[in-house]
Design a protein around this ligand. Structure first.
Ligand code: NAI
Length: 340
């Protein structure tokens, strides 16, 4: 009986231990561009996330200060700041999720594609390091133009032999956040319960909110309202760029959206069932190789890319129009990655 009792208590201990580690596994997040307009509030929000055990803040400069500041917050994760390329490897080693808000933002009058020249190179070099130091990490790409930077990342990973299409995500959560807010305002429903899928890509007309699938349903929205809501969602970024009048683009709402998406990735990795978010990923649901759609997240990243569902005639038209632009942005990214 003594042996049995000891076996029982051992197994209880084991159970308890495995329960504790199952509920809160160790997870390292690396943020690249952590000293920037998005990077700083995103670092703060990830420090508040109890699923994170280690937070690595990397930038070309300024991260020791951000890290020291955020590290005083009395939450679970350990913080370290890394500055300059020499420290990039250490920042990335062991990361489960890498979030990339590195690069220049828009100024009034600029499109996201105008950022290509500078940001494409930054993304390429950061992804080369990811392939080397944490090839199995989930990558959350925020740097614009997302429609092209995600294909660039894919090409870099393919060349390095580390590409796993389940682990590469363009962060389009801000489009969803905006669509929800604007819809709730217009339909006069509580914003906390609103759901709106946003598909396509992350620039201008490639952003296609599917208000026909929005919940809760609203009967008081006219066709004109839907057209206006669609346009406002597509131009949401520009609205902020103009209001900031040369001081950058969305940073606070983007940090919120980025934190939301990273949290969904962590939940998926930890085995939480039915985690679904829209994201720009490799997909076969249309003729273009990358497409934003609802994605079920799991232990390996993308578990399933969900289909578009039934579209209204207006949305079908929008889909047809966006495909050529998205295709061109993807090709631009692929060409850049392969020629330079
Ligand atoms: P920012 O200029 O305030 O910050 C960018 C940071 O990246 C800076 O701290 C800079 O030092 C850093 N950086 C530059 N080169 C780097 C490198 N090689 N390695 C590491 N860090 C590097 O810009 P902000 O406002 O934070 O925007 C960042 C990016 O996010 C932009 O490309 C912007 O267009 C994009 N963005 C994406 C959104 C989305 O919905 N996906 C929404 C809003 C912005």
């Amino acid at each position: 009986t003594a042996i049995l009792r000891s076996a029982a208590s051992n197994s209880t201990r084991l159970l308890r231990r495995s329960y504790a580690s199952d509920s809160t596994p160790e997870r390292k997040i690396a943020i690249l561009g952590a000293a920037g307009g998005i990077g700083q509030p995103l670092s703060l929000l990830m420090k508040l996330n109890p699923l994170v055990s280690q937070l690595a803040l990397y930038d070309i400069a300024g991260t020791p200060g951000v890290a020291a500041d955020v590290s005083h917050i009395n939450t679970r994760s350990q913080i370290a700041g890394y500055a300059g390329e020499d420290e990039l490897g250490k920042a990335l080693e062991g990361a489960d999720v890498v979030i990339i808000p590195a690069g220049v933002p828009r100024k009034p009058g600029m499109t996201r594609d105008d950022l290509f020249k500078i940001n494409a190179g930054i993304v390429k070099s950061l992804c080369t390091a990811i392939a080397k130091y944490c090839p199995h990490a989930l990558v959350n790409m925020i740097s614009n133009p997302v429609n092209s930077t995600v294909p660039i990342a894919a090409e870099v990973f393919k060349k390095a032999g580390t590409y796993d299409e389940k682990k590469l995500f363009g962060v389009t959560t801000l489009d969803v956040v905006r669509a929800k807010t604007f819809y709730a305002g217009k339909a006069n429903v509580p914003v906390e319960v609103v759901n709106v899928p946003v598909v396509g890509g992350h620039a201008g007309i490639t952003i296609l909110p599917l208000f026909s699938q929005a919940t809760p349903k609203s009967n008081n929205l006219s066709d004109e309202d839907i057209v206006a809501l669609t346009k406002r969602t597509q131009d949401g970024g520009t609205e902020v760029v103009e209001a900031k009048a040369g001081k950058g683009s969305a940073t606070l709402s983007m940090a919120y959206a980025g934190a939301l998406f990273a949290d969904a990735c962590l939940k998926g990795l930890n085995g939480v069932p039915e985690v679904v978010e829209c994201s720009y990923v490799q997909a076969t649901i249309t003729e273009v190789p990358f497409f934003a759609s609802k994605v079920r997240l799991g232990k390996n990243g993308v578990e399933e890319v969900l289909g578009l569902g039934p579209l209204s005639d207006f949305e079908k038209e929008g889909l047809e129009k966006l495909i050529p632009e998205l295709k061109a942005s993807i090709e631009k990214g692929v060409n850049f990655a392969n020629q330079s």
